[in-house]
Design a protein around this ligand. Structure first.
Ligand code: FAD
Length: 588
């Protein structure tokens, strides 16, 4: 088994896009498409008809629906075959999460079960622990939850105050503390609880609901996701047998953070599904509703909104499945029979922690943009509960807060890149030097040719060089969070742009003439938006971190290198909006 030829995490920044390829939604096999259809049919037939009732916190009904979902095998996707699971790839797992996404509360409840609730056990559990609990979870007999956050520690979970103390006879740990905002708390049977042994060694424990001393606080009254349970989990001298320690003493941070990498990608998939649903609501309303004697969809103001929403959605979908494809390629090189399989598996996932964080931020921001504009297109009706877009808008907000706030993730992205460069895993600094040298001796702007997406590819190549040039110009001056956030935003927009162009280049020759025109239009729109976002972040970064005459020169360079000649942009937007109006949904 070899990693040769595999793309490294963060490497996209250092290599030319030309000639590269990636996994795309168009690569799904008929088996994967069938799983997607089964999930969609389940959502349409079993969840949507009862959604309103579930929004009233009818937890018995919610549990019944979770069990129906389990019966279809949808809880088996990430579970090892050895324990009765399907052990499918991450792309399939993301596809299922995307299809559940439009259900809001149900999606978050079920991903609490199959994602952060079950994966710690799957990745770090002993054979005995898996034997004892996994089947209960995959059948839906038991519900899982993940308890990391505390009243005084959210973004900084390692400052946890929950303690675990070994009993004198060495048979158990006594857990004490309070966990805050725990999804599924009201009805969960198994809690993965993080606590510090002797107040020092951060570790994870499998805690059963029936263990004496565990109690659940009152339900939080939330803005959205009203059908989910969110409550405190209170641990007062809960006696947990030593066999229920998960992983090693003092290695809880590995469990917490590695599981969050997949949790973030799953969230990216869930919100992409929700954003597609919001987009369909917006389009259908715009086609139906008339003002001034014509449909909303015929107004340029509305067409522009639809096209911009579509551009972000296309980029979100492209980078989501590109990332799951990267994970799958690497995981495929591992030997499932190796005793240390999950150790290698974790390393494979950790490799792409940056890409998972990018997906979380970009896709949740996309849902925020799409949900907000979908509501705006509904006018006053969007503010009224009878319209689905009202719920989507309320449910959206928390996605930028949980699974690591978007600020924490935006800081993590450049942090990981710089750490990988310092450790020698990425040859970042020699490239920075090379670009600086080139810049001093001439221009670093790539000139586009007439090949397919030649202009966009050269714009992307130019921006990558500009990113390296800026890193070099900052020197050691990159400790301020404001600078790191700007670097993070540049990286995010580069990944989104490249993922859209590479996907389109890959599928272009296989689609109809009409679809080709749409793909050209969407690449134009995503490139225009991507360059705009990149430029804004680059300007912030330079202005915060570079001073004097160097800054003035750099600002001029940024302006000239970010000039993308988006000829025909207006027509491209009109084409996209018309295609959406014709199909009544996301047209790709
Ligand atoms: C509906 C819901 C469900 C949840 N489900 C779960 C669950 O199942 N399990 C679980 O463990 N947790 C869960 N959470 C908790 C969630 O993960 C936390 O709310 C989140 O991690 C943020 O922590 P906090 O709320 O304490 O905010 P804080 O950490 O206090 O952050 C407040 C603000 O400060 C910013 N900030 C904090 N630190 C920094 C920093 N170093 N640099 C820059 N900015 C910073 C943040 O970005 C944020 O904008 C849930 C939360 C909600 C609302």
């Amino acid at each position: 088994m070899t990693n040769e030829g595999l793309v490294k995490g963060g490497e996209f920044l250092l290599r030319e896009a030309v000639g590269r390829t990636q996994f795309t939604p168009e690569d799904f096999t008929s088996e994967q498409r069938q799983i997607a259809e089964t999930t969609e049919a389940f959502v349409d037939n079993e969840i949507f008809p009862d959604l309103e009732q579930m929004e009233e916190q009818d937890f018995p009904l919610l549990i019944e629906k979770l069990r129906s979902c389990a019966k279809l095998g949808l809880f088996l996707v990430d579970i090892p075959e050895k324990f009765g699971g399907l052990e499918l790839d991450k792309s399939t797992s993301m596809l299922v999460a995307e299809k559940l996404g439009p259900t809001g509360s149900f999606a978050i409840t079920s991903s609490g079960q199959t994602g952060i609730g079950s994966l710690p056990l799957v990745y770090y559990g002993t054979a005995q622990q898996k034997q004892k609990y996994l089947e209960k979870l995959t059948s839906g007999e038991w519900i899982a939850s993940y308890c990391l956050t505390e009243p005084d520690c959210g973004s900084d979970p390692l400052s946890s105050r929950t303690t675990a103390t070994l009993t004198e006879d060495g048979s158990s740990y006594l857990l004490n503390g309070v966990k805050q905002f725990i999804t599924n708390a009201a009805f969960a049977d198994l809690f993965t609880v993080f606590a510090k042994i002797d107040g020092q060694h951060f570790s994870a424990f499998l805690v059963e609901r029936s263990m004496a001393g565990l109690s659940i606080g009152n339900e939080e009254k939330k803005m959205g996701l009203k059908g989910t349970s969110t409550a405190q989990v209170v641990l007062a001298n809960v006696r947990v047998p030593v066999e229920n320690l998960l992983g090693e003493v003092g290695k809880g941070h590995k469990i917490a953070f590695n599981v969050l990498n997949i949790g973030r990608l799953k969230l990216a998939a869930t919100v992409t599904g929700a954003a597609k649903a919001a987009f369909a609501e917006a389009v259908n309303y715009a086609v139906e509703r008339k003002q001034f004697g014509q449909t909303l969809a015929s107004f340029g103001a509305i067409r522009e909104k639809l096209a911009d929403m579509l551009g972000d959605l296309f980029a979100a979908e492209s980078l989501l499945y590109r990332t799951s494809g990267l994970l799958d390629e690497r995981i495929e090189t591992l030997d499932r029979d190796d005793d240390n399989y999950y150790e290698h598996y974790q390393k494979a996932i950790e490799e792409y922690a940056g890409e998972c964080a990018i997906a979380k931020v970009f896709c949740s921001n996309t849902l925020a943009h799409v949900a907000d504009e979908a509501l705006q297109i509904h006018g006053g009706y969007g503010y009224i509960r009878d319209y689905p877009v009202e719920r989507i808008y309320r449910d959206e907000r928390v996605n930028r807060i949980f699974e690591g706030t978007n600020e924490i993730n935006r800081l993590l992205i450049p942090g990981l890149l710089l750490r990988r460069a310092d450790s020698g895993a990425l040859d970042l600094w020699s490239l920075v030097k090379a670009v600086q040298g080139k810049f001093q001796s001439g221009d670093i702007k790539d000139v586009g040719d007439n090949t397919l997406f030649g202009t966009e590819l050269s714009q992307l190549a130019t921006q990558k060089k500009l990113f390296l040039l800026l890193l070099g110009a900052l020197g050691e001056n990159r400790s301020e969070q404001e600078i790191l956030l700007a670097l993070g935003d540049m990286i995010i927009s580069l990944f989104a742009l490249e993922s859209s162009i590479l996907r389109t280049s890959k599928i272009f020759s296989t689609v109809s003439e009409r679809q080709k025109r749409l793909l050209q239009a969407v690449v134009k729109v995503t490139t225009f938006t991507g360059v705009d976002r990149f430029q804004s972040a680059a300007m912030r970064c330079a202005t915060y971190g570079v001073h004097g005459a160097n800054l003035v020169a750099l600002q001029k360079t940024i302006t000239s290198l970010c000039a993308y000649p988006a000829i025909g942009l207006l027509k491209a937007k009109q084409q996209l909006a018309e295609a959406a109006a014709e199909s009544g949904s996301y047209p790709f």
